[in-house]
Design a protein around this ligand. Structure first.
Ligand code: SF4
Ligand code: SF4
Length: 343
């Protein structure tokens, strides 16, 4: 059966999954271990041309930014290949893609001069804003002084188009007087037990259920698979806003790492033709929101339910997909390396 896929109106372009960090909660399982595999200029042109005219601006206008509008450049860590980031910004600007911003962990903000130069150059090429990551997971890799520097200088360069995600952690780190990098286990000693997620947004998907299992089981219950079968995807798996496009040409739905709706280098054809769910059985199950079907399918291929249970529907979904991806050839489970870098 053919199924239509959503016309994207906002999202992120992953330049590479390679990152200077390897955060325990990363929803795309990025790290230093990935091959760089930076997106080629040819694919940049193809993907951005396909998105031009579809991406909608922030409600405050095309020169403003907001999380689920416009287009952001991300990774991995896009500043690892600054020349490519500049090129992507330039092409997007020429194509009049509105509300563009870059997402970064700020590892590169080593002094005021080079930080200002980089941000000013990006702005001069047409970038509208920046989103700076702040949380206890990236803090294991990036000294907090660099984050503070990047925020201070971003405010000079981009003004109110500077987003800090998440501000709650920034306030806490300031209150705690943190400097340098802080190992996660040390950070936990500074918070009351289980408090590290208080008043913050946290996705129980991607790497987190694997890499943070020890600490999460003190905070969250775990469920048998059958109790998660009927849970809806939150936010919906198929939607127009905040989808992702990666360096391998995958059109990734929402935040669902390791799932490909097809080749975004030829977006028009993909949107026109839709997806054949017989050729892409995993997508067929997910589109029908039938996680039980996917569970039985994986069981037939040797999957065994974890006796200790799952933190969330996304945890179960990822675990089933990981089993299938490492067992067989499923075009829709891409990139395969996502499944190899979860732990
Ligand atoms: S969460 Fe961000 S900084 Fe951390 S590994 Fe993933 S892409 Fe890198
Ligand atoms: S359950 Fe699977 S398809 Fe649904 S949001 Fe989570 S990872 Fe995506």
């Amino acid at each position: 059966m053919k199924r239509q896929i959503p016309i994207p109106v906002s999202g992120g372009l992953i330049l590479s999954y390679k990152c200077s960090a390897g955060c325990r909660h990363c929803i795309y399982a990025c790290s230093q271990k990935w091959n760089a595999d930076w997106i080629s200029e040819e694919d940049l042109e193809k993907i951005l041309s396909g998105l031009a005219g579809k991406i909608i601006p922030s409600p405050y206008g095309s020169k403003a930014v907001s999380l689920s509008h416009g287009l952001h450049f991300t990774g991995g860590e896009p500043f690892l290949n600054f020349e490519l980031l500049l090129k992507a910004v330039e092409i997007a600007h020429e194509l009049k893609i509105p509300s563009t911003f870059v997402e970064t962990n700020c590892f590169w903000a080593v002094n005021d001069k080079s930080t200002k130069e980089k941000l000013s150059l990006l702005k001069s090429k047409g970038l509208r804003g920046i989103m700076i990551s702040v949380n206890p997971f990236y803090l294991e890799y990036v000294p907090f002084e660099r984050t503070e520097r990047a925020i201070r200088i971003s405010l000079e360069v981009f003004g109110q188009n500077t987003m800090v995600y998440q501000l709650e952690y920034y306030r806490r780190f300031k209150r705690l007087g943190l400097t340098g990098t802080v190992p996660f286990n040390e950070y936990l000693k500074l918070e009351k037990k289980g408090d590290f997620l208080r008043n913050t947004e946290f996705f129980l998907m991607g790497r987190a259920p694997y890499n943070l299992k020890g600490i999460l089981k003190e905070v969250f219950p775990r469920y048998k698979a059958k109790h998660l079968f009927k849970e809806p995807c939150m936010p919906p798996f198929l939607r127009q806003w905040h989808n992702h496009f990666d360096n391998y040409g995958n059109y990734m739905p929402g935040f669902c790492g390791g799932i490909s709706l097809g080749d975004c280098r030829n977006l028009e054809a993909l949107l026109k033709e839709g997806i054949d769910t017989e050729e892409h059985p995993v997508l067929g199950f997910l589109m029908d929101e039938d996680l039980e079907g996917l569970f039985r399918f994986a069981e037939d291929m040797g999957y065994q339910e974890h006796p200790e249970g799952y933190f969330s529907k996304c945890h179960l979904c990822t675990d089933l997909r990981r089993h299938l991806a490492l067992k067989g050839q499923f075009k829709e489970l891409s990139p395969r390396e996502f499944y190899e870098h979860l732990e």
